[in-house]
Design a protein around this ligand. Structure first.
Ligand code: GLC
Length: 434
């Protein structure tokens, strides 16, 4: 028996050496990759990889997985559904990765995580794979691409880009409002028309989406939380004005009484059920509100840039990328999947079926993509994406975000004035930077 084992090991080692020599770039194999080559180089071996991401209400992810599996019969993709709330999803990954778990191979990463995940060493740098497969990075939206870079390395590939948009009922509103004050007037005027209950719905729960909404009001009125040189600049009359407008809307009679429990799914449900005249959400709401199987407002939906404050219209920059767990046992297969999903084919499926805005620039000229999402052609949308406001970029972003979440929530609940909220944020953000 011993001899057979020895022979087997010898043959396997020989096969591994051969395959290593034949693969391009074989001189630069990362340790995380070494033990898995026997899986990926065998043509008959079937491998199942696990892709973790938040709930996809559009069904696009499933279609993309089917297309990938059809093209890669040896690789199966099992979806692991994670909490939809990006903060909770983040915490679940941190727990898994701190425990060096290999149970997840590929993750979707929010644009606000790469700096932290790279510094903690949770995901694999993808540069070697990108070079080996000659992936052309110049075809991507450079903002989305660079959001996944840290310390000169590419830690994830951009899958889709998000920017806050105003969805409205075309059967009720002729011209979408240009300013937040016009929106307030329209919301009051049209609330109750054509079966609606609310003027506007948006994300006011204490979580990451609240930060995105706050960024939009604050930037629209010329304020900021932290500037690009990392100075805390939150305590300004402009920020106060933006927050006051947010509070005025969140505490008005034209929003649901429980607006402070609203995240994206509650916003989506209210809008597609026909309950709201306006909704602030990400581009995917277009696909979902025009889905005949679940929406009551198919064909009645318009999309516009968010209303302006004194300083113009501002959309928060969001979006998701795909990264590979450093402890994955199948990094090569994981990469094949990431490459597919973030390539033309995968992004096209996501755009057509899920209304996700591609990060590959040429897809904005693709007829099928534009037929499915006519507003991708509009200048208002393109400007929103091009000028979207980033949240502060920092490895301790979660801490900064929590500070914003707490004080904006207290403001909306009437427990702090906006003057107190910005003073408290300033103090706590400065302390977090020390
Ligand atoms: C969307 C955005 C993401 C953001 C999140 C907040 O998923 O793409 O960047 O953090 O919403 O809820």
């Amino acid at each position: 028996m011993k001899r057979i084992n020895f022979l087997f090991v010898f043959v396997l080692a020989f096969a591994l050496i051969l395959s290593a020599c034949s693969s391009s770039g074989g001189s630069d194999k990362g340790t995380a990759n070494k033990g898995n080559d026997k899986d990926s180089n065998s043509t008959s071996k079937e491998v199942t990889i696990v892709w973790a991401h938040g709930k996809d209400t559009t069904g696009a992810d499933q279609k993309a997985v089917e297309a990938f599996e059809a093209a890669h019969p040896n690789i199966h993709v099992k979806v692991q559904e994670m909490p939809n709330d990006t903060g909770q999803q983040h915490d679940a990954y941190v727990t898994a990765f701190n425990a060096k778990s290999s149970s997840i191979d590929v993750i979707n990463m929010d644009v606000i995580w790469p700096a932290e995940f790279a510094q903690a060493g949770y995901t694999l740098p993808l540069d070697r794979f990108i070079q080996q497969d000659n992936v052309d990075l110049s075809q991507y939206n450079q903002g989305a691409l660079s959001a996944a870079q840290f310390n000169g390395k590419q830690w994830a590939m951009p899958l889709y880009v998000d920017a806050g948009l105003l969805f409205y009922r075309k059967d009720i509103v002729k011209e979408p409002p240009k300013t937040w004050d016009e929106l307030i007037a329209d919301a009051k005027k049209y609330q109750g028309k054509n079966g609606t209950k609310y003027g506007i719905v948006f994300q006011a729960k204490q979580y990451e989406g609240l930060v995105c909404n706050a960024v939009e009001y604050v930037t629209g009125y010329g304020g900021k939380f932290i500037d690009k040189d990392n100075n805390v600049v939150v305590n300004s009359p402009e920020t106060i004005k933006g927050l006051n407008k947010m509070k005025e809307i969140a505490t008005s009679k034209f929003v649901p009484d429980n607006i402070t429990t609203f995240t994206e799914p509650e916003t989506e449900t209210a809008f597609i059920e026909g309950q709201a005249v306006f909704a602030r959400n990400w581009p995917y709401l277009w696909a979902s509100s025009n889905d005949k199987e679940k929406s009551k407002v198919v064909g009645k939906v318009g999309v516009a840039p968010l209303p302006s404050g004194d300083n113009g219209s501002a959309s928060a920059l969001g979006g998701w990328m795909m990264g590979i767990n450093k402890y994955s046992k199948h990094p090569k297969e994981a990469w094949e999947f990431v490459k597919f999903m973030t390539g033309v084919e995968g992004e096209k499926i996501e755009a057509i079926n899920g209304g996700k805005a591609p990060t590959i620039n040429s897809l904005y000229q693709d007829e099928e993509v534009l037929n499915a999402n006519p507003f991708f052609k509009e200048k208002g949308f393109q400007d929103a994406i091009a000028n979207a406001t980033s949240r502060p970029v920092a490895p301790n972003y979660q801490e900064i975000s929590n500070i914003i979440q707490i004080h904006v929530s207290k403001l909306l609940a009437g427990q702090e004035s906006s003057e107190q909220a910005v003073a408290n944020m300033e103090k706590e953000m400065k302390a977090a930077q020390k």
